[in-house]
Write a protein that binds this ligand. Structure first.
Ligand code: ZN
Length: 209
């Protein structure tokens, strides 16, 4: 019993779990097990299949990675930890693919808008609670999990990193410059964003680990 509790995820990925964000969402569909098995034998690149004894779950991947369709049989045991891991990793990979499509163009858009240009942009996992970083060469790295946050949060993280093009620190001049980019007091805005972010953080940390 203790063993189970210790390894239980912070939340379960099952048909009650929804993710509807402007950039990424997923939908659940129940289907007959025989139909699912048939679907599973069809080889398609944009399809991922989980099969174990009586269980069968098929994930359909949309070409631009903005929607993940999860089709499952009625008797699916979502309490199975192996299935949970598979679902989490499938969702994580789709979120990452979507982030790589969406985040760099959004950064370029904001650069154009503010006439403030850096160097390269990368989308990859960052250590600890870091959402983005800017190198001495003005390369920006953004974490893929950003993509499942509301657009204002995504933009504020990107603008924060862009402000580092000019100021490589967090001193007064940095916050003043960022306030100009945001059109509001950057420190106040950061406080509000941190509160908003805390709502998503557990979800992001678990899904993207
Ligand atoms: Zn910073």
């Amino acid at each position: 019993m203790e063993h189970q509790v210790k390894h239980a995820p912070p939340f379960w990925i099952n048909p009650n779990f929804r993710l509807n964000t402007p950039n990424f969402r997923f939908s659940w569909y129940m289907a007959d097990i025989n139909t699912l098995r048939q679907e599973a034998t069809v080889f398609l690149e944009e399809r991922k299949v989980y099969q174990a004894s009586s269980q069968c779950v098929v994930c359909m991947l949309s070409p631009n990675h903005d929607t993940l369709y999860i089709v499952y049989a009625e008797n699916t045991n979502f309490g199975n930890l192996r299935l949970q891991k598979w679902l989490r990793e499938t969702i994580r990979d789709e979120i990452t693919a979507r982030a790589k499509l969406v985040l760099p163009p959004r950064l370029r858009e904001l650069e154009k808008k503010h006439n403030l240009y850096g160097n390269r942009v990368f989308v990859k996992k960052l250590r600890g609670n870091t959402m983005g970083c800017c190198s001495v060469y003005n390369d920006i790295t953004l974490m893929p999990g950003l993509i499942i946050m509301p657009q204002p949060l995504i933009d504020s993280v990107i603008l924060h990193e862009m402000a580092h093009y000019k100021h490589k620190h967090h001193r007064k001049s940095f916050w003043k410059f960022l306030s100009q980019l945001l059109g509001e007091d950057a420190k106040m805005q950061k406080g509000a964003m941190d509160i908003a972010l805390s709502k998503y953080w557990l979800q992001i940390k678990y899904l993207m680990k």
